[in-house]
Design a protein around this ligand. Structure first.
Ligand code: HEM
Length: 121
């Protein structure tokens, strides 16, 4: 049978490495960094790791807030969304995931977009 993506990439240990790297890039990005003022890196890293684990079929429970709830008053733009995704993609590449693994993970995150860039207006 088709190997499970979660197992194939090395599980949560690999995801935690990916997000550890991505978080630094995100917080240092002049467009994205200011949004995260006051948000502990360790918290966001853990939440992203759990969420991605759950989305790709891993044995994790996402314990964080709903995406619409946590982003709705922040006026996140589509450009910001793609900039963040780009940092995650670069981190996956640096960690050594294959192009195919990268794309499968990004495809799992893509449906979150509508809730993240949602703006009450
Ligand atoms: C693929 C794109 C994204 C994903 C998967 C994602 C995921 C998450 C997750 C899992 C949390 C944790 C929720 C919690 O604390 O319980 C979070 C929080 C947060 N996100 Fe995102 N996010 C994305 C894009 C963005 C973008 C583009 C911005 C702004 C530029 C942003 C700003 C924030 C902020 C400020 C928080 C902290 C919310 C709080 O502490 O209440 N996110 N995000």
């Amino acid at each position: 049978s088709k190997p499970d993506l979660y197992e194939e990439i090395g599980g949560s240990a690999t995801l935690s490495k990916v997000f550890g790297l991505a978080i630094n890039r995100i917080y240092n990005d002049p467009m994205l960094g200011p949004h995260f003022e006051g948000v502990p890196k360790s918290h966001l890293r853990k939440m992203l790791t759990e969420q991605t684990c759950a989305l790709i079929g891993g044995p994790c429970e996402y314990t964080g807030k709903d995406m619409r709830e946590s982003h709705q008053e922040r006026n996140v733009t589509e450009a910001e969304f793609y900039a963040l995704v780009e940092h995650v993609q670069q981190a996956m590449r640096l960690i050594g995931l294959t192009y195919q693994q990268e794309n499968r993970i990004l495809a799992a995150l893509a449906p979150l977009k509508e809730d993240i860039i949602y703006q009450a207006q």
